[in-house]
Design a protein around this ligand. Structure first.
Ligand SMILES: CC(=O)N[C@H]1[C@@H](OP(=O)(O)OP(=O)(O)OC[C@H]2O[C@@H](n3ccc(=O)[nH]c3=O)[C@H](O)[C@@H]2O)O[C@H](CO)[C@@H](O)[C@@H]1O
Length: 399
């Protein structure tokens, strides 16, 4: 057990965490909470956590399943348009009024809870909570998962005591006033992601036709699935199954159509194809089984693929904020750590990108090693160091 001032051991460390909307913002927050809990437990100090998020959201479900106290605040997504007048849609006007309402609700929560620190991991809901932290003079740590700052974090970076970023290349892109408070921590990956066992995936998925003599391709479009990836993979599926087993995560909304399509595959290869809407608790095992991953390039997925060292073909979501998924994919491609299919995504370009990775194991392993060189397995620990280091610092107008 580490040394700790006895007075501090009696008192719980108080954390408000906010962020969500997607897995990319939610899971790093969860990983930071778990890592902080373990760090404090090792020195005999309890942790009190309140997660502030949107009602009915992914983060509310994750907090409930982890036994973390949760409070909802109003939040609004501002839909951007090139012409500012076009932003005055009824949805935007309603959502704009939600933001000040959310700030008032969050200010009450922060002032009642009196956190030692507030951690914001992005998403629209983080804005009112981060602003409330600043208004109440509580230290705010912002964590950014992507190379380019998301909109919520661009707003909050100016109010933060520290801005934790996932890549060195983010620092020059920060607002000038936030650069001196930037710390490169990396993007925390859920610890269980590194504990997968390939054989367990075959069992957990009921993937009875899996051929252990062939490599396995994991196709994933993020939590919702990606129609573009589903269609492009679908067009080369009979060819792909001639060379590999395929686990295809396609999004719950698409699973029925893809299963119907799979029913017409020739019998000798059909067993090598496993399609599923969402990969839940078995994700670590599926990643362990995968030799090649075909995926979107959201920051969470990239952090996992680099932490594990996986060869991948990345097909970025073209409409991601600031085109950051394309930036993520190109960033890895520059060092041979992935193949980025950015401009021309067709069955032919996908087949050309995947072929050498399936037919040449040495090439695949070299790419996996270069991907691993980008990984930051200690990201959660570094973020926790930062949370503990700002405790007691004054921040904001009343600090
Ligand atoms: C559409 C959108 O706004 N995307 C953004 C969102 O990504 P989004 O959250 O969609 O995607 P990420 O790659 O960041 O994270 C997805 C997470 O969900 C997990 N997963 C996925 C599928 C599945 O079946 N099971 C499962 O557990 C992945 O392993 C990963 O941990 O936030 C990221 C982080 O700010 C951004 O980089 C993305 O551009």
């Amino acid at each position: 057990m580490n040394d700790l001032d006895p007075a501090a051991a009696e008192r719980a460390f108080r954390l408000i965490v906010t962020g969500g909307g997607t897995g990319g913002h939610t899971y790093p927050a969860l990983t930071a909470v778990r890592t902080l809990w373990a760090r404090l437990a090792a020195r005999g100090q309890p942790l009190d956590v309140l997660w502030v998020g949107a009602a009915g959201s992914l983060e509310s479900r994750v907090a409930a399943s982890e036994g973390i106290a949760f409070s909802a605040v109003a939040t609004g997504k501002i839909r951007r348009a090139k012409n500012p007048v076009k932003m005055l849609t009824p949805e935007n006007v309603r959502d704009m009024t939600n933001v000040p309402r959310g700030v008032l609700q969050a200010r009450e929560l922060v002032s009642d809870f009196r956190p030692d620190v507030v951690l914001a991991t992005g998403g629209y809901v983080a804005v009112p909570v981060g602003v409330a932290a600043w208004l109440c003079g509580r230290p705010l740590v912002v964590h950014e998962q992507t190379v380019r700052l998301g909109l919520a974090n661009r707003v909050l970076a100016r109010a933060a005591a520290r801005v934790a970023v996932s890549s060195d290349s983010t620092v020059p892109l920060l607002p000038e006033s936030a650069r001196s408070s930037a710390v490169v921590t990396g993007n925390p990956v859920r610890p269980e992601v590194r504990t997968g066992v390939a054989e367990k995936a075959v069992h957990a998925l009921g993937f009875h036709g899996h051929d252990p003599a062939l490599p396995t391709v994991y196709v994933t479009g993020g939590a919702q699935g990606a129609v573009q990836i589903n269609e492009t993979v679908g067009a080369i599926l009979p060819w792909l199954l001639g060379h590999a087993n395929v686990v295809h995560q396609c999004g719950e909304a698409n699973v029925a159509a893809l299963r119907e399509r799979a029913a017409s595959l020739p019998a000798d290869i059909a067993g090598r194809y496993h399609v599923t809407g969402f990969v839940g608790g078995e994700l670590p095992h599926v990643l362990a089984l995968a030799d090649v991953v075909i995926s979107r390039s959201g920051a969470g997925t990239i952090a996992e693929l680099t932490a594990l060292g996986k060869a991948s073909v990345l097909i970025p979501l073209a409409s991601s904020a600031g085109n950051e998924q394309a930036h993520n994919a190109r960033h890895l491609q520059e060092t041979g750590a992935a193949v980025a299919l950015v401009d021309e995504v067709t069955p032919d370009t996908l087949r050309a990108a995947v072929t050498p990775l399936l037919t040449d194991p040495a090439r695949r392993e070299a790419m996996a090693d270069r991907a691993r060189a980008h990984g930051r397995p200690d990201a959660a620990e570094r973020l926790v160091d930062l949370l503990l280091s700002v405790t007691g610092e004054a921040n904001g107008p009343v600090g």
